[in-house]
Every structure is written in structure tokens, then in C-alpha cells.
Design a protein around this ligand. Structure first.
Ligand SMILES: [Zn+2]
Length: 254
């Protein structure tokens, strides 16, 4: 039987050891979306696939399709993003980005916009010296929008009113709601004007122009909490492991 070869770019999200010498990888690919890949022999000390099968590794893959997995026929590295691993904070935010993709996208459903967003975010993260949260928040907001959950922020998502004094953010309605519409979602949380402003700025500013945005650490942290809750609500998850780790680290540093 001749197996057809599939050629696609992909970024390794995670990997786990399989038996003694192999690895099962989760790879987000441009052409196939999120797939499970068996990397035979990748766990051998002298395997030629070691660099290609690390998290963050961005490759041109040639794959064949088996019964349960894809198999790697060839992998050519495009970028290892080794700079991400050189810095503790960078790598922690990096793992959060990979986990967010892994937990939010459906299996085997290609989405070129999300692939390009991931690639671009990792590229920028690799060169970022500080303000990691701004990049990660912008990434999360754009990603959830590309998944089809762009929050409505041009006015109250229920009645359209944009003259209100105060706003709340509603996960269930998918946007901001005004004081008159509070009965639509009693769990909606109050949102400061600055946080609301930050949301619009992060949504509409391209990733490579984030330097232009001056958002305080405090506002970013508040915004990111709103965003995290909103993302978790939409992807029906309770938490992100890597984010807990980040928070723990931060608490220790403070
Ligand atoms: Zn309203």
C-alpha cells in the first residue's frame, strides 16, 4: 500500500514519552490544524529528531497518516525559537500560549489565521524583553476572536447603548452590558473604564505595534483576568496549568 505524503508547517505544542524510545506529540499545523503525531525513536539520545520535537519547535513536516496517529517521515526546522527557552519568564508565558492553543482548538481543523497568529506571537515573544503580559493578553484576545468569540465592545451587547456610565463584562452575552441590562447576566463583572479601553486597544492594534500602547501593569493584570475568565467560559475549561504556575512564580517574587 502506498501511503500519501502530507507536507505542512507545524509548531510543536507538547510531547510525551511513548514506550522507551518514542514520543507522541501534539502539533498545531497550518494545513491540518491540531494533530497527534508519533515520532518514532525521537526519545533516543542520538535521535535526529530531538530538536524537531521540542515544544515551540517550528518545522516543515512531511507526514504520513496511520490509523491513530500521523507519523513523521521528515522534519526540517524553520525556527527552534530557542530564545524563548533562555529566559524563565519568557518560557513560562510561552508555555501558556502553547497550552491555550492546545486546549482551545478542535482536533484536525485547519485555521490559517490562528496558525499565523501563533507563529507571529512566538516570533515576537522570542525578542521581547519585558511587558510579556501585554503580548500574551493581545494574543489571547485575538485568538479567541479568530475562534469565533470576538467580544462585542462597541456598546451594550444587549441593547446597543454606548452612553452608559458604567459597564460590566458578560461572559454569557459575549461582551459589555450596560446598567439597564444587568438582569441579562447577574454574574457579569464590573469593568473599569481603563480596562475597557485596554481591551479595544489590544483587539485592534497589530501584534508588532504593541510598543505603541502604554497600558499599566495594573490595568493589564485586571484585563487579563477578565479575558482569562472569558476564554475559559467559551472553551469550557476550569483553568490553565501553565497560568497557575505563572501566578505562583509571581507571588513568590512579590
Ligand atoms: Zn444595555
Amino acid at each position: 500500500m502506498v501511503k500519501s505524503m502530507i507536507k505542512t508547517e507545524g509548531i510543536v505544542l507538547k510531547g510525551m514519552k511513548y514506550q522507551e524510545t518514542s514520543k507522541i506529540l501534539t502539533i498545531y499545523t497550518k494545513g491540518l490544524g491540531k494533530i497527534s503525531v508519533m515520532a518514532k525513536g525521537a526519545n533516543r539520545p542520538k535521535s535526529t529528531l530531538i530538536a524537531n520535537t521540542q515544544p515551540f519547535s517550528y518545522n516543515e513536516f512531511q507526514l504520513t497518516h496511520g490509523r491513530n496517529f500521523y507519523y513523521i517521515s521528515q522534519a526540517d526546522i524553520i525556527d527552534s525559537f530557542y530564545e524563548i527557552r533562555e529566559n524563565m519568564e519568557r518560557v513560562s508565558y510561552g508555555f501558556y500560549i502553547l497550552e491555550l492553543i492546545d486546549k482551545s482548538v478542535p482536533d484536525e481543523e485547519a485555521n490559517k489565521k490562528i496558525f499565523l497568529l501563533l507563529e507571529k506571537t512566538l516570533r515576537i515573544l522570542a525578542q521581547t524583553q519585558n511587558n510579556y503580559l501585554k503580548l500574551v493578553a493581545a494574543f489571547g484576545l485575538k485568538h479567541i476572536s479568530f475562534l469565533g468569540y470576538r467580544p462585542y465592545i462597541n456598546g451594550c451587547v444587549v441593547c446597543g447603548n454606548n452612553q452608559g456610565k458604567g459597564f460590566k463584562f458578560s461572559n454569557t452575552e459575549g461582551g459589555i452590558i450596560c446598567d439597564n441590562c444587568y438582569t441579562k447576566d447577574y454574574s457579569a463583572k464590573q469593568m473599569d473604564k481603563e480596562v475597557y479601553q485596554a481591551m479595544g486597544d489590544l483587539l485592534y492594534t497589530p501584534l508588532d505595534e504593541l510598543d505603541k500602547l502604554d497600558i499599566s501593569e495594573d490595568i493589564l493584570t485586571k484585563f487579563h483576568q477578565v479575558l482569562e475568565d472569558y476564554i475559559l467560559y467559551n472553551i469550557e475549561r476550569k483553568d490553565f496549568n501553565s497560568l497557575n504556575f505563572l501566578k505562583l512564580n509571581k507571588a513568590n517574587l512579590d
